[in-house]
Design a protein around this ligand. Structure first.
Ligand SMILES: *[C@@H]1O[C@H](CO)[C@@H](O)[C@H](O)[C@H]1NC(C)=O
Length: 260
């Protein structure tokens, strides 16, 4: 608009001063001679206005075009961002899943390590030893379960033997220490050396005369039971801890002893 009014002003001034040398910018103005009539003047002003509109329209289209590109860019960036978030989520999910898997594998391995393969890894704390008139005892913790052979090794590695139970008094004391559980506990009794002759190998004597097997035991079930454990018979109501011959390979808790 400023451009337009400036042209009009200059043009009007030119008319008033009758400047012959005035050169019109446009062809249409030239036809009116050195001083155009009011009609051609108006035509010229109108054309200038149209020129201005054209230019404005052009600018408007340019801006619209740029706005469209901007919108597209924003759209593309938004899409890229969403994709990245999605990607991160699935990476995170994968990581969590594999971490869970690893943790459970580790836990399993650790359990195996403690229970069966490597009893030397665990050593007995002095504060866990139990003193009694018949001896000093260690009752394995509920996570310390292993076969009879490894239980034997564990006790020996800690300067003890699997427990040998020679009297009712000693037996009652040990049962009182099992704390109401129904876990099984390996003792040093075995007939591995001579079938049907059970020895306390912790002290090297025959299981005699104190005989504390459950009714019907030892039965050498499946011809495969040679190691003595405390157990609570699952099929006898009101059963209390008694001895049983069991498969030496079973992973169970155990009792170590140093005789007094
Ligand atoms: C937006 O993405 C489309 C498809 O990938 C592409 O053709 C276009 O050039 C992109 N536009 C901008 C402004 O980046």
């Amino acid at each position: 608009m400023l451009h337009l009014s400036k042209s009009v002003f200059i043009f009007a001034l030119a008319c008033v001063l009758s400047v012959r040398s005035w050169e019109p910018r446009r062809q249409v103005a030239k036809t009116g001679g050195f001083c155009p009539s009011a009609v051609s003047f108006r035509a010229y002003a109108k054309q200038d206005l149209e020129y201005c509109y054209e230019k404005l329209n052009f600018q408007k289209e340019l801006v619209q075009e740029q706005a469209a590109v901007c919108e597209q860019t924003i759209g593309n960036l938004t899409q890229a961002f969403t994709d990245q978030v999605q990607n991160c989520r699935s990476l995170l999910d994968d990581a969590i899943e594999s971490e869970t898997l690893l943790t459970s594998q580790l836990t399993k391995e650790l359990g195996k390590c403690i229970s069966a393969n490597n009893p030397e890894l665990v050593s007995i704390k002095k504060s866990d030893l139990i003193e009694y008139s018949t001896g000093t005892y260690y009752i394995s913790k509920s996570f310390e379960r292993t076969n009879w052979y490894m239980a034997n090794l564990f006790c020996k590695n800690n300067g003890m033997e699997l427990a040998s139970v020679e009297t009712k008094e000693e037996s009652d004391f040990l049962i009182s220490m099992f704390g109401g559980s129904t876990d099984k506990f390996w003792l040093s009794g075995t007939d591995l050396g001579y079938e049907n002759y059970f020895y306390w190998i912790g002290v090297g004597i025959l299981i005699d005369p104190f005989w504390y097997f459950e009714v019907g035991q030892p039965d050498n079930a499946n011809n495969n039971e040679n190691c003595v454990q405390y157990f609570v018979h699952p099929d006898i109501s009101d059963a209390t801890y008694k001895w049983n011959d069991a498969n030496c390979e079973e992973a169970e808790r155990f009792v170590c002893e140093v005789e007094s």
